[in-house]
Design a protein around this ligand. Sequence first.
Ligand code: PLP
Length: 386
Amino acid sequence: MLVDRMRPHTSTIFAEMSALAVRTGAINLGQGFPDTDGPPSLLSDAAANIQGGINQYPPGIGIPELRSAVAEHQRRFYGLEVDPDAVLVTTGATEAIASAVLAFCEPGDEVVTFQPYYDSYAATIALAGAELRAVALRPPSFGFDPDELRAAFSARTRLVLVNTPHNPTGAVFDREQLTLIGELAAEHDAVIVTDEVYEHMTYDGRPHVPMATLPGLAERTLTISSVGKTFSVTGWKVGWVHGPGELVSAVRAVKQFLTYVSGAPFQPAIAAALALPDSFYTGLAADLQRKRDLLSDGLREAGFTVFDTGGTYFVVTDVTALGFSDGAEFCWSLPERIGVAAVPVSVFCADPDLGRSLVRFAFCKRDEVLTEAVSRLAALRSAVQA
Ligand SMILES: *Cc1c(COP(=O)(O)O)cnc(C)c1O
């Protein structure tokens, strides 16, 4: 029944692992969603908007208040001058990415990205009939080999899809890495699409560098973010994209026939939340950094090889030292064995050998949940040895 190009993309590991976690009563560190609510003002504003009748189609491009708030946010945090008319509100970052890929790629065109990658990238590129060219990010730093990146570009490269801070590896690309990506994109006249949904989650003082801030790159870059991660409301699915007017118009042409409009009662609430004081944003990062340390230390104690995480909700581990060679096999047995769920990194890879022994854990959970998970994980070493 299903078209050939979608057949490799029928199941998502998150649904399967979350179902397994529920069935076994395991703590779910597989899927990356927080288990606490976002800012109270955001929640009450949205509820008031629904009660107050903001429930019909908003403008297709998004309400002016939210587009202005996004522009102001980009100026405040990155010094970027963004025209509110060049901001398009979307149904999550996911729709912004899908609309961009569908807007710019003819069948057979190539999209350069990095693997492991966020799972929607491969499915969306397949939907467009485009070809994925995935450059490996390898432990321990999850950086890329510049020659490999160079070799991934060709005369058919239409788009470069960059995610920083990076899910699942936790890597935060630095200025030098982003500059090389930008140079190669310019050389091949490719559009750059950056997924920055973890922009406010970088640790140990690392800066988040939007590609649009690098010299000469704004003119070919579409910058994407969303409400879900920053405000701990991953179920709301309101995102945005900004960039040069003609690129945003192309994205909008596709977006309007995918969902038409997005989240009327949420938009004014999000506009207000984006203007929350710096203490909200720094508090979010500090809180998550502490959670990262709590889980990373626990995983190390339990015998995992743990890689440094510079940003996001996630820490990647290697299970080889625990006597496993296959992360997927490990993840399928973990809930039953010790009551914790995680996801194998191989499912985020075009080349599954790349992430074969790697497993991703999410730390965006309440401290008591992480503490309990760590104590369960501590039993793993003895369970393995027994
Ligand atoms: C969560 C996530 C998204 C999805 O964002 P939505 O706004 O919920 O669509 C996109 N990209 C990455 C890397 C993510 O982790």
